[in-house]
Design a protein around this ligand. Sequence first.
Ligand SMILES: NC(=O)c1ccc[n+]([C@@H]2O[C@H](COP(=O)([O-])OP(=O)(O)OC[C@H]3O[C@@H](n4cnc5c(N)ncnc54)[C@H](O)[C@@H]3O)[C@@H](O)[C@H]2O)c1
Length: 272
Amino acid sequence: MKPRTTVRVGLLGWGAIASQVGRSLLSGAVPGAELVAVSALNSPGDLGIPHVGLAELPLACDLIVEAAGPVALSSLIPHLAGNNTDLLIVSVGALSDAELFKKLFASPASNADGSSGRTFLSSGAIGGLDILAAAARFGTISSVQLTTTKPSRVLERPWMTPDMIRALTTEEVVECFSGTAAQAVEKFPESVNVAATLACCAGDWNLVTVRVVGDPTATRNVHNIVIDAQAGNYRFEIANHPSLENPKTSAVTAFAVLQGISRYAHGNGVIL
Ligand SMILES: NC(=O)c1ccc[n+]([C@@H]2O[C@H](COP(=O)([O-])OP(=O)(O)OC[C@H]3O[C@@H](n4cnc5c(N)ncnc54)[C@H](O)[C@@H]3O)[C@@H](O)[C@H]2O)c1
């Protein structure tokens, strides 16, 4: 398959996900896509890739891959105004912020922020999103239930009671949270992008309920997803190995991003 043109990719972030994506692009893993710039708090080091400021990033590339978190995404948006740069969001949990969501998606023809680039969401750590989106088109979705189980040690948060923090250091399996997707994103901003992705595909944040469970014996990040819809009933269990660099992140996420870049760069033969 011969790519038509080379897509210039810029990375926002150089952490567990972005550095894997960057190194893979540099090694030619995605024909038709090249890494041209990185913007991050840390430097990409001696790889010969320009380390640029946020304002320069949209000018340097065709597609920005955001893998730096909600604050960085929010800071990038004003710099997108008035150019055609497309955006692939990995920190999907950021979209629980209604203002940010409006800025990105208010009007597909002419974005509210004045840019004309498109915004894509990475499938990230999970699959099954295609059937969920199809079911949402078919008819009513009654519920989407997500149970995320992670090693207890990665779930400790400052808002937790001393009892819960203590429980997370024992042999017990602990339910740390139960509530809506929007509440889950607030409590575990780095850990429940999956809840936000399901909410975006279902088209309604209120349909998605979330449980977060800490298991001291867990060696994988497990997402159990149960969808009850007019179109049918669906169950997925996704058990991902954590990234060695950042155990809150599943290692496969960077490769979902690479798959997304590949589809973007030359869509022939991909599943749509
Ligand atoms: N969609 C999914 O399924 C999914 C899965 C895992 C992680 N994520 C999200 O992806 C993002 C990246 O994850 P990671 O594991 O690579 O994180 P990480 O902590 O390893 O790396 C974060 C990177 O962002 C940079 N950064 C942070 N704030 C910045 C700012 N204001 N401006 C510029 N750069 C900034 C840091 O310098 C670092 O390079 C996180 O928001 C995480 O929640 C999404």
